[in-house]
Design a protein around this ligand. Structure first.
Ligand code: DC
Length: 214
């Protein structure tokens, strides 16, 4: 079974997908983390963002694994926290816009689903990665609510950031995510659309479970 969830940054995809994975016995795959790993490696290797060839080379060789407890390993090292810094967040969207990078990551994401029932979240899961998924959802929320959620998450994770900085980053990423040449974020008639702005996490989880049970 494949449950695919798309939506913009801060729409609740990650938290909701993690809960659903536990409740429904599905393997959780966070595709944003795959692009974040490449961004982290670009920073670690001091690669210039204009050096598209070097970035594609990183994407072609990178080894990414997710563990059952939702940790991310890059080339054998636990990078679950390192991929969430503001430095990584700042450069990940332009990196994820490179078509060749996407092509490598989409292959990797499809392989991750090979022998598992999965719940996968990102921007192009319902449209490109698994257009034939059993269930497709689009989670949304207004910008101010998304900023507030990310701000609280960052505090919990000990990441230093201001609301203004997060708002700018979210608006920039929204623009970039919608205007990619391939793999752009879009709404379709096949997705179940859920505006989570005024919903608690458990309410969103319940709504998705109702659709799956049906
Ligand atoms: O979900 P996230 O914020 O961790 O994603 C990080 C970046 O990766 C985001 O700016 C958009 C990009 N991304 C993408 O292009 N396609 C996906 N399937 C998932 C994320």
């Amino acid at each position: 079974m494949i449950v695919a969830i798309d939506g913009p940054a801060g729409s609740g995809k990650g938290t909701v997908s993690k809960k659903l994975s536990e409740l429904c016995g599905l393997t959780y795959i966070d595709t944003g983390a795959t692009y974040r790993c490449i961004a982290l490696k670009v920073l670690q290797n001091n690669v210039d963002l204009d050096d598209i060839g070097a970035i594609i080379d990183i994407a072609s060789k990178i080894n990414i694994k997710f563990t059952k407890d939702a940790k991310t390993f890059m080339d054998g090292i636990d990078v679950s926290e390192a991929i969430r810094t503001m430095e990584v967040t700042k450069i990940v969207s332009p990196i994820s816009s490179i078509p060749e990078v996407r092509s490598y990551m989409v292959d990797l994401q499809r392989k991750m689903a090979d022998s598992n029932d999965i719940i996968m979240e990102g921007r192009d899961i319902t449209t490109i990665v698994f257009p034939n998924a059993d269930y497709k959802f689009y989670l949304d929320a207004n910008v101010d609510e998304r900023v507030e959620r990310r701000y609280k998450q960052n505090i919990e994770k000990g990441i230093n950031s201001s609301r203004e900085e997060i708002k700018k980053s979210i608006i920039d990423r929204d623009y970039n995510d919608i205007h990619k040449v391939v793999g752009f974020l879009k709404r379709t008639d096949e997705q179940v659309y859920i505006d989570t702005s005024n919903m608690a996490i458990d309410e969103v989880v319940d709504e998705i479970r109702k659709v799956i049970k049906r």
